[in-house]
Design a protein around this ligand. Sequence first.
Ligand code: CP3
Length: 324
Amino acid sequence: MRQAGRYLPEYRAIRAKYDFLTTCKTPELASEITIQPIDIIKTDAAILFSDILVIPEAMGMKLDVIERTGPVFDNPIREAGQIESLETEGLPERLDYVMQAVKMTKEKLGGRVPLIGFSGSPWTLATYMVEGKGSKNHEIIKSFIYNEPEAAHRLLQILADTVVEYLNAKIRAGCDAVQIFDTWASLLSPSDFEEFSLQYIRYICANLETQGAPVIVFAKGVGSYKNLAEVGCDVLGVDWSRNLGDVRAEINSSKGLQGNLDPTVLFAPKEKIREETERVLRSYGAGSGHIFNLGHGITPKTPVENTQYFVECVKELSVKYHAE
Ligand code: CP3
C-alpha cells in the first residue's frame, strides 16, 4: 500500500515541481508515478497513483493535501443542506482524468503487471468530508451519524452510487482489479459498522460490472471478518493487527486474503524483515489465495533498500507456501 509516495526519491522529485492534486490530475505524471515502484521495488502489481479524496474534490469540495497535516477540506459538511449542494451532475466528466491515467498506465505497463484501481468506501469518504481533516477521536462524524442519521444515510447513499459508477469506469478503462479502502471502519462498533459502512460496501459489490476483475475490500481495524466475507467481494485485505491464519480460519478460506506485514517492519534489520515476511507466509499456511501485501500504508521515512529487500523475500519465500 502506498507503493508510490514520499519514501521514493523519484516521487519526491516530481512532487518538488507539482503539487499533489496536479500530480493526480495529470495523466502523464500519475502514470509515471504509478510505474515507479514497479521499476524500483519490483512488485507484482501496480496500484494507480491517485487518492480516495478526488471524489469529494470533484463534487466541489476544495481540497488541499498539506505536508505533515494530510488532506484538508476548506468547507467540510456540517449540516444536511450542504449534502444537497454536492455537485453530483457531470462527475464522470470531472473525473475523466483518472480514466485517462488508467489508460496511459496500462499502455506504459505493456502487460508487465496487472493494475489495481481503487476507491474509498462511502463511510471513509464521509469521514473526511465531515471532519474536514485528520482527527484523533472523530467526534464530528460520530455526532453527525448519531444526531442526523437521515442526512448521514443520504450522504452515504450518494457516495455509494458515485463509487459504483467510478469503479465501473475504472474497470472499463482497463483496471484489472479494484480495491475499496475502508480505512476508518475501526471507528464503528459492530452494529454501527453494519449500518453505516458494510451495507454500502455490499451495495457497491452488488452493483459493480466487474467483467471478471476481482474486487478487494480492505477494512481497517475490524474485530471480525465473518460479515465482511459476505459482502460479495473476492478478496479481503487484512491489516497487520491480525494473524492471517486466524482470519483464514474465521472465514473458512472462503475468500482470498491480502496482507499483512506491519509496515514498520521495513525499518528493521534485514534478518528481521526476512523473518517477519516468513512469519506472515507461515501464518497463512499452504495453498493459494494469499496476496502478500503490507498491512497498511508504507510510511515516508521507509528505506527504499529495505522495501526492495522485502519484495525479494516475498518472491523467494512464498514459493514453498503458494505452490500449486
Ligand atoms: O498506494 C499507492 O501508491 C496508490 C496511491 C494512493 C494514495 N492514497 C496516494 C497518496 C492510495 C491508494 C491512497 C489511498 C488513500 N488516501 C487512503 C486509503 C488507504 C489508507 O492509506 O488507509 C486514504 C485514507 C487516503 C487519504 C489521504 N491521502 C491521507 C490520509 C493522506 C496523507 C497521508 C500521509 O502519508 O501523510 C493522503 C495523501 C497522499 N495520498 C499521499 C500519497 C502518495 C502523500 C502525498 C504527498 O505529500 O506527496
